[in-house]
Design a protein around this ligand. Structure first.
Ligand code: ZN
Length: 129
């Protein structure tokens, strides 16, 4: 337990050192939807060492989407442009949220996006293609 706590603490410290750089990169707006409420760094790959490419600045609402809440249609449209980000955590994280909904435009958007090919194939498969 102590080890886990220590690892978690070190992780939190590592994340906070990235906080400023991520905030600056994001222009202090949510990197998915552009909102400015409750911005915090979100870690797309919590099992790995944090790095700029696996972190995104997200608003409170988008963080709940990242954690698995099902998005409404307006929210899906709001994060759609994030697919075109050249930051992997931003584009791939948004793709993972979008792929939970089987709207036809989502399949097209994911297909056209430039996200990692393996992830793209996996998400398209999940969407039934
Ligand atoms: Zn957001």
């Amino acid at each position: 337990m102590a080890k886990g706590y220590q690892a978690n603490k070190e992780r939190q410290e590592a994340l906070s050192t990235y906080g400023k750089a991520i905030g600056k990169r994001a222009g202090f707006t949510c990197e998915w939807c552009g909102e400015k409420e409750e911005l915090r760094v979100w870690d797309q790959k919590p099992d790995r060492e944090p790095e700029m490419d696996s972190l995104a600045l997200l608003c409170g609402r988008c963080r709940t989407l990242a954690e698995g809440r099902k998005a409404g249609l307006n929210e899906l449209h709001a994060i759609r442009n994030a697919l075109w980000s050249d930051i992997p955590a931003v584009a791939e994280g948004a793709a993972q949220v979008l792929a939970r909904c089987k709207e036809p435009w989502i399949r097209e958007a994911i297909e056209e996006s430039l996200i990692d090919e393996n992830l793209k194939a996996e998400l398209l498969l999940k969407l039934g293609y």
